[in-house]
Design a protein around this ligand. Structure first.
Ligand code: PNS
Length: 170
């Protein structure tokens, strides 16, 4: 049984995140999506809301993709390496949209290996989702723009609610 952790802020989960999780699930027996705090980013959604949105996205995908049934979702309460150790994970899996992502991820990958020996596997992001970032999604939503085709079902409503906006159509 090979367990990996796909960690991230997921504030909110995007179609790009879901694609990385999906691809990890085709390669490993057990995939845990770890929803964590990134001190370098100011959060909009609280951790439990983010985790609920990830759970809903995974559940939705599992209706048509059997491999998604082996994906679990949990909040990472502290250090990622401790979470990985407790979960018995052999590696961390992260997607990279490009060089900027690599520059941000490499120090964390090296630090995590320094702390515990856990390795990080990078998957190249699918070009269909290369333009999608949670930060951009939030910015568009803040200005009332359309984000439905960038995020899984339910995320738009959660963003509107967190931003104190009225539901579309009301
Ligand atoms: O989606 P992100 O913001 O790129 O994910 C970064 C995240 C949340 C995975 C990272 O900040 C993290 O692992 N946070 C948990 C606390 C931790 O382990 N910090 C040390 C990282 S070397």
């Amino acid at each position: 049984m090979t367990t990996v952790v796909c960690p991230g802020s997921f504030d909110p989960i995007t179609l790009g995140h879901l694609d990385v999780v999906r691809r990890a699930a085709t390669m490993f027996d057990d995939v845990i999506v770890g929803v964590a705090k990134n001190p370098g980013k100011s959060g909009l959604l609280d951790l439990e809301t983010r985790a609920e949105l990830v759970r809903a996205a995974v559940f939705g995908a599992a209706q048509t993709e059997p491999t998604m049934a082996r994906v679990h979702v949990a909040v990472v309460p502290g250090l990622l390496v401790d979470f990985c150790r407790e979960a018995g994970a052999v590696a961390v899996v992260k997607g990279l949209r490009g060089g900027a992502d690599f520059d941000a991820e490499q120090p964390m990958a090296l630090m995590n290996r320094h702390l515990s020996g856990v390795e990080t596997i990078f998957l190249p992001g699918d070009q269909r989702y290369a333009h999608i970032a949670s930060s951009l999604v939030k910015d568009i939503a803040r200005h009332g723009g359309p984000v439905d085709d960038l995020v899984p079902a339910g995320v738009t409503e959660a963003l509107r609610s967190a931003l104190g906006q009225l539901p579309t159509g009301s």
